[in-house]
Design a protein around this ligand. Structure first.
Ligand SMILES: NC(=O)c1ccc[n+]([C@@H]2O[C@H](COP(=O)([O-])OP(=O)(O)OC[C@H]3O[C@@H](n4cnc5c(N)ncnc54)[C@H](O)[C@@H]3O)[C@@H](O)[C@H]2O)c1
Length: 295
C-alpha cells in the first residue's frame, strides 16, 4: 500500500511532532484537534520549530512554505475520509481512544491503516471500537518525545495485525527518516519495559542517599555514555507520567522493580513534577536545568 495522506488525531506534544515530521517528509497531513484554540496552539508549536530552524540557518523560507502547504488543520473527522493512515495521539485514556476509533471507523475507507501512539495501553483493546474488517489494519506506532529529534519508532503488532500493514508501516517510518523496531503488544513494549525499571532504581538509589542527585546523573552520563542521567531524564519525562507508567507496569507484571518508589510518590504529591512545574529532582527555568533540589 502506498501511503500518501496522513491523518493525525490530537496536536499536543506528540501529535504535533508526528504531524511536523510527516509534513517535512512530503506527506499530505491532516491534523484533527478538539477545538480551534487547541488546533491553533498545536500548529503554532510546529511553526515555532520551523521559525527556530530558519533563525539557525538550517531551513529556507521556500522549504518552510512547502512544508506548510503539506499541513492542514481540521476539527472534523469527516475531513480524514481519504487518509491512507491515521495516527491517534490523544490523551492516554482508553474511553477517549475508543470513541475516537469508533468515529474513524465510520469515516475512513476500508483499506486505511489505523494506528495508536499509546505508550501503556494494549493496542488490541482498541479493536472493539472497530468494524470486523479493520483489526488486520490496526497497529501501534509508538513515537518518542521529542518526536522530531528521536530516531526510533516502535511498531506494535496485535495477533490480528496483518503482514501488509506491518510492511506499509515500516516503509512509512523509513520515509520519516526514522528506524522502526517491532515490539510486542505487552505493557511497556520494548523501550519502556527496560527503561522504566532503570529510572525507578535510580530514584531508589537517591532515596537511600547512595550518592547525590548530581553525582548519580554524572555517573551514568559519563560512565555509560548516556546523553543525560536517569534523574534528569525522569524530570524531563514528568514525574507524574513516571508514576502512572510505573503503576501500569507493576499492575501487569507484579515485579518489585516496576513499583513506584516512595520518593517518587512524595515528589508527585508535593507538585514537584519535573521540568513542566519548574521543580522535581532539579530546579528548572524553562528548558534549562538548574541545581538539584533538597530531597
Ligand atoms: N508525552 C510523551 O512523552 C509520550 C511519548 C510516547 C507516547 N505518548 C502517548 O501519546 C499520546 C498523546 O500524548 P501527548 O503527550 O501528546 O498528550 P497531550 O496532552 O500533549 O496531547 C493530546 C492532544 O489530544 C487532543 N485531543 C483530545 N481529544 C481529542 C479528540 N477527540 N480529537 C482530537 N484531538 C483531541 C488534546 O486537545 C491534546 O492537544 C498518549 O497516548 C501518550 O501516552 C506520549
Amino acid at each position: 500500500m502506498d501511503i500518501q495522506r496522513i491523518g493525525v488525531i490530537g496536536c499536543g506534544l506528540m501529535g504535533s511532532g508526528i504531524a511536523q515530521c510527516a509534513a517535512e517528509s512530503g506527506f499530505q497531513v491532516w491534523v484533527k484537534e478538539a477545538d480551534e484554540t487547541l488546533l491553533a496552539k498545536g500548529m503554532a508549536r510546529i511553526q515555532g520549530a520551523w521559525d527556530r530552524a530558519i533563525a539557525k540557518g538550517k531551513l529556507t523560507d521556500d522549504r518552510r512554505g512547502e512544508w506548510t502547504r503539506n499541513l492542514h488543520g481540521t476539527l472534523a473527522f469527516a475531513t480524514l475520509a481519504d487518509c491512507d493512515l491515521v495516527v491517534e495521539a490523544i490523551p492516554e485514556r482508553l474511553d477517549l481512544k475508543l470513541q475516537t476509533f469508533a468515529e474513524l471507523d465510520r469515516v475512513l475507507n476500508p483499506a486505511a491503516l489505523l494506528c495508536t501512539n499509546t505508550s501503556s495501553l494494549s493496542v488490541a483493546q482498541i479493536s472493539p471500537a472497530l468494524s470486523p474488517h479493520r483489526p488486520p489494519r490496526l497497529a501501534g506506532l509508538h513515537f518518542f518525545n521529542p518526536v522530531p529529534a528521536m530516531p526510533l519508532v516502535e511498531i506494535i503488532r496485535t495477533l490480528a495485525t496483518d503482514e501488509s500493514t506491518l510492511a506499509a508501516l515500516r516503509a512509512f517510518v523509513q520515509k520519516l527518516g526514522k528506524t522502526a523496531v517491532m515490539a510486542p503488544d505487552a505493557p511497556g513494549f520494548v523501550v519502556n519495559r527496560l527503561l522504566v525499571p532503570y529510572l525507578l532504581d535510580a530514584m531508589r538509589c537517591a532515596e537511600q542517599k547512595l550518592t547525590t542527585v548530581e553525582d548519580l546523573d554524572a555517573a551514568m552520563k559519563l560512565g555509560c555514555g548516556h546523553p543525560m542521567g536517569p534523574l534528569h531524564l525522569s524530570d524531563f519525562i514528568g514525574l507524574d507520567t513516571m508514576q502512572s507508567v510505573a503503576e501500569v507496569l507493576f499492575d501487569a507484571f507484579g515485579e518489585p522493580r516496576f513499583k513506584a518508589p516512595s520518593l517518587l510518590r512524595q515528589l508527585v504529591a508535593a507538585g514537584r513534577l519535573g521540568r513542566k512545574t519548574g521543580s522535581g529532582f532539579y530546579r528548572w527555568e524553562g528548558e534549562k536545568r538548574l541545581e538539584a533540589m533538597p530531597l
